[in-house]
Design a protein around this ligand. Structure first.
Ligand SMILES: [Ca+2]
Length: 353
């Protein structure tokens, strides 16, 4: 049994953070971890942290877990401050899985909210296992805050134009935020509150300049409303960017049963997976900084979504929508994301050399 903040959970016998033996067949010439620890250490203190709220559909794919790891790596390097995380899927173990990942990275106090309205739900290969077998602070789903209320609370208490939202799932929570009414946190309605407090939003969603993509077509009503009504800049990281950037197999080098490794193990047997969500996190953290060297951005324009969930971008004079464009350096994000994910496992002796 493991107890954390009054929550006792049983552990399966193969879950052991510290005693698993080194696998001699996993040999790498040099520790990626050591390299990235040095890079992140050098970057810390040189930059202003971006205040980020992550909105994720953690459940049906594993890049959400990877995005959480990358976000924590960027906190370690001083580039990001995590204000909260929101779950947009109806997976009953999503919030606890998210909290378990945050706990494993040493930040169990990050507020986690979830959508309380009926929403898109898919069976997950890993969320229940992570929630039930790794320490987390969620004793009952009933105590997980409503994402809309948590958004309003966080935004109301933030400096004007200081918050960046990273959306790597359905637009369902964002829709609920936009249509929210004045409450005990703010006299502003949702759209007014977003306009006042949010700097911009980065959305993993859509295909560009035109196409059809998962995060949009699973809740078309929400995506259409948000894209039409959102009062700040929206930067889209489209399907075509993350599709060609593979990451995750490197987690085989972790010799402990860390929950990050376990998510990939349960999802695809620790093989590489597309990095859609991690790239959105990098984009949000790197706006105007040296991460920008790894992609190009379109001109400002307008994204439109039709009744079938197809999206189309067109250049307009007063548009607030841009999308990321692949460059010859974008492919290098694969190694960078792998290094960032490894770096949050904390210590050299937990990586197979
Ligand atoms: Ca996702």
């Amino acid at each position: 049994m493991i107890c954390h903040k009054g929550n006792c959970i049983s552990k399966v016998d193969n879950v052991n953070f510290t005693k698993q033996r080194k696998k001699s067949f996993l040999i790498i010439p040099i520790s990626l971890f050591a390299i990235f620890f040095f890079i992140l250490h050098e970057r810390a203190g040189q930059i202003e942290a971006v205040n980020i709220i992550l909105d994720t559909d953690i459940s049906s794919d594993v890049d959400d877990a990877g995005a959480v790891a990358v976000l924590h790596a960027l906190v370690n390097s001083g580039e990001v401050k995590i204000l909260a995380m929101m779950v947009s899927s109806g997976d009953p173990w999503g919030a606890a899985c998210l909290d378990a990942l945050n706990t494993s990275f040493g930040r169990p106090d990050i507020p986690v909210g979830e959508i309380k309205k009926p929403t898109v739900t898919h069976e997950s290969k890993y969320t229940r296992y992570i929630a039930e077998n790794y320490s987390n602070t969620i004793t009952s789903r009933a105590y997980v805050p409503d994402a809309t209320a948590l958004y309003r609370n966080i935004l109301a208490n933030s400096t004007d134009k200081s918050v960046t939202i990273v959306s790597v799932g359905y637009f369902s929570n964002l829709y609920q935020l936009l249509i929210s009414k004045a409450d005990k946190f703010s006299k502003l309605n949702g759209k007014e509150l977003v306009k006042k407090k949010v700097n911009r939003i980065v959305c993993m969603g859509g295909k560009f300049p035109a196409g059809r993509e998962w995060n949009i077509y699973h809740d078309i009503e929400a995506a259409s409303y948000v894209v039409l009504q959102w009062p700040t800049e929206i930067l889209f990281s489209g399907y075509e960017i993350g599709y060609k950037v593979l990451s995750g197999k490197v987690l085989k080098k972790i010799k402990i049963n860390h929950p990050l490794k376990k998510t990939y193990q349960l999802y695809n047997g620790l093989e590489d997976r597309q990095s859609w969500d991690q790239i959105a996190v990098l984009q949000a953290a790197g706006y105007g900084k040296d991460w920008d060297a790894y992609w190009a951005l379109s001109a400002y324009g307008k994204v439109e979504i039709d009744h079938a969930g197809n999206n189309k971008w067109s250049k307009t004079k007063d548009g607030q929508h841009r999308y990321m464009i692949w460059t010859e350096k974008t492919e290098q994000l694969s190694n960078i994301i792998d290094g960032l994910m490894l770096s949050v496992v904390q210590t050299d002796n937990q990586i197979v050399e």
